[in-house]
Design a protein around this ligand. Structure first.
Ligand SMILES: N[C@@H](CCC(=O)N[C@@H](CS)C(=O)NCC(=O)O)C(=O)O
Length: 136
């Protein structure tokens, strides 16, 4: 049974799982669950993740949510993934250190950049405003 990834590409935790699956060439199928269309809260998807959030996976009946848990599960169970989380305890500590930093220091700002929100910290607003102009 091929692994199923429930994702919305707008979601950075979804993209983290997607990236590992793609880079490690792990066979999987995608099911798009639209965050904006509130499919994350549909009765069908709440059966998969009662918290109503993506990403989630179904790995032969093992339903897993929380992208860090999913990434670690994939590294433990799939060939060719060691490079993404080596056995070295020190490297693992650095990876563990990065996760909360990403969520609480990087992601809150990056997400507003992509969604065009004005609720950034003032210094970040200036940086992103100038970058946004360059993108066009
Ligand atoms: N702690 C979860 C966070 C998942 C999460 O917050 N997903 C958001 C998108 S980035 C979501 O699905 N939100 C849908 C909603 O709140 O309706 C993880 O790390 O996987």
């Amino acid at each position: 049974m091929v692994l199923t990834l429930y994702l919305d590409p707008i979601s950075s935790p979804s993209r983290a799982v997607l990236a590992l699956l793609e880079f490690a060439k792990i066979p999987y199928e995608r099911k798009f669950i639209s965050f904006f269309d509130k499919e994350t809260k549909s009765p069908a998807f709440l059966q998969i993740n009662p918290l109503g959030k993506v990403p989630a996976i179904d790995d032969s009946g093992l339903i897993l949510r929380e992208h860090e848990a999913i990434l670690r599960h994939l590294v433990r169970t799939r060939e060719g993934t060691k490079a993404f989380l080596p056995d070295d305890i020190k490297v693992q500590a650095l990876v563990d250190q990065y996760y909360p930093f990403h969520h609480f220091a990087v992601r809150p700002h990056v997400i507003h950049y992509f969604m065009g929100s004005a609720s950034l910290l003032p210094d970040m607003k200036i940086i992103f405003k100038s970058k946004k102009k360059n993108i066009k």
